[in-house]
Design a protein around this ligand. Sequence first.
Ligand code: CS2
Length: 494
Amino acid sequence: MTARLSAAALGQLPASVARPRYDRAAITPGIVHLGLGAFHRGHQAVMTEAVLQDGAREWGIVAASLRSPATRDALAVQDRLYTVATREDDSEALAVIGSLCGLHVAPEDPAALLRAMADPRVRIVSLTVTEKGYCHDPASGELDEAHPDIRHDLATPQAPRSAPGLLVEALRLRRAAGVTPFTVLCCDNLPANGATVRRVAARLGALREPGLGAWIAGEVAFPCTMVDRIVPATTQEDRSRIAAALGCEDAWPVVGEAFSQWVIEDHFPTGRPGWEAGGATFAADVAPYELMKLRMLNAAHSALAYVGHLAGHETVADASNDPVFAAFLHGLWAEIIPCVPAPPGVDLHAHAARLLARFRNRALRHRTWQIAMDGSQKLPPRLLETVRARLAAGQPIAHLALAVAGWVRYVSGTGDNGAPIDVRDPLATPLRQALDAAGDEPSRQAAAALGFETIFGPDLARSPAFQAAVAHALGRLRSLGARDAARAVTLQDG
Ligand code: CS2
């Protein structure tokens, strides 16, 4: 059996594999990160690795899983080392990352994680807990006070299980101990992500203890960020290929594209790492970058996830290399671009061309099924804001409506040719029930889906123009199948 990746194995790795050149034993924790998934390990942890390679010592990352122990179990026996494989069509570069200096699993020992968050050396708590991890109402952006995890955290505040619950309790502990608060750095694809997390945390704080909410809103920094790197879930094939290249086994490597971008609002009252070393940029206003990212990349991803999946495309690369879907994406971006404020110096048409090239990277197996998850949380910022803007301007929305109709069909649980779909979404059950009750007729299906105001808001839920466009697209999906519906929308409505 091959040896396992570890500190001792670093010296034996092939020369081409990058690795920590600093003394890991000298690193102290400066960041606690909530959410130990592939995206964090392929993005912020890599940018932080560059800071450590540059000589900083005080920015080690203590990372925590909020649910499963699987990643911690894999990394703990590897001295918290793991490999990042950067893959383009015909190339792969490997780097072993050493920036994780501690691991926690929140449900196993929430008190230990809270102690780490309350450590005065920790100046930043960053998060990648996915959209649904903030327990907010996606249409309004307000804390969902009826959310089971929020109710749990109000009943048992010393052992929270939600990300907002952990933030609030750790901030409360710091305040009580007279320790300056950490900066909260949200790295999820939420609109105005810093402001959204501030609102959610302040509301939970207010429910928790008099004065705590106002203190959080007034004293804690929540800079906004735009994060971008395509990092699909790791596959067994990735593990085997990377083990062969390393000469030792890494139980949980991460695979991503070469492109990586992080735009951060520079508001860190107690200091921050020099993430510029890893390629991050700092901006006074992150909003245009964030809107461009959500409305162009993530919107197109979700559209491909639903319509592409229904058409039988397993990955984003498969769908984007299909000329029908490439044309559909052009039509979709043509609807989106007029609604996106371009960041300084960015040509949005050139940006769209670059996105298509990134999507076509065949070395990444980014499953449409993976991106399709949690659509009830993803649709509002990705697609529905653009729908709103275009409807207000009286502009056509045929491509956007097909994407939404693709989602409706997808969450109904049955695809083209009656194929069953494994739908993963916090609202999967009520959506399925509402669609089953609505029957087959497209306008009734559209009305049933749009009736979910936590997704569509009161305005789109009652918009006759939107409902008609989604019903029309649902009719096409049913009569033509997904691929021909995508072709038809581009030919007739493009
Ligand atoms: C994707 C994102 O899973 C998804 O919903 O759209 O994870 C996407 O790959 C990243 O935001 C790219 O930066």
